[in-house]
Design a protein around this ligand. Sequence first.
Ligand code: ADP
Ligand code: ADP
Length: 230
Amino acid sequence: GEVIVTDDLWKTYVMGEQEVHALRGVNLRIRHNEYVAIMGPSGSGKSTFMNLIGCLDSPTQGRYWLNGHDVSQLDDDELARIRNKEIGFVFQTFNLLARATALHNVELPLIYNGTPAAERIERAKQVLESVGLGTRMEHKPNEMSGGQRQRVAIARALVNSPSIILADEPTGNLDSKTGDEIMALLDELHARGNTIVLVTHEPDIADFAHRIVTIRDGQIASDNESSRVR
Ligand code: ADP
Ligand code: ADP
């Protein structure tokens, strides 16, 4: 089935007298288990689009169906609930709690949705093991390498079994060898059945995906198979 369907999605930011049309009628469909890279120059609307499909923000106009549910007109609380359940975020800067262990960082989404402690710990341990961090669960971020921190962030993204993994420049703060290890892990998650949407400036990273969508001036400029598939 289709995980993401957008119909004529617009986002306009109003700043005083000025209006910025960051998205100008985006139509996109992403099916279950697709692996899509979103590319485009700085300021083209990639972050705005990710914020909308990640349920961090609502469109000014148009519709967005996530797993068949129209989420384009929900209030902030409803969006937050759906986001926690359906979206796993991975950021360039990892966004981990500095004072918390890897295990606690991964438990956080489960604390938020009220999962009982025993189940939380079991589930968090299981995903940490699945990303190769079985022996690092009690370490804090500053006791880990960049690659290990990003694995913790990926485990946190996976812990609720989300419909989509949204990765925004996931290798941006990593050296190229560590970046390749993280891309190999995303490959593995894709092979396990996850749907992945990746934002990147780097063509080499985009080529890990199977489909590359380019945004320019708030519109989809191209939508093609990656060279990996071709
Ligand atoms: P990208 O991620 O491709 O760099 P963005 O989605 O961040 O692009 O930005 C698209 C356009 O919208 C840019 O002109 C940017 O300045 C503007 N923009 C983004 N976020 C905001 C905001 N919160 N308020 C006002 N303008 C914004
Ligand atoms: P990134 O593209 O690295 O994710 P941001 O989304 O923070 O970074 O910003 C992307 C673009 O949107 C930048 O050009 C930034 O200036 C612009 N932008 C972000 N937030 C705002 C805002 N509140 N007001 C105006 N412009 C913004």
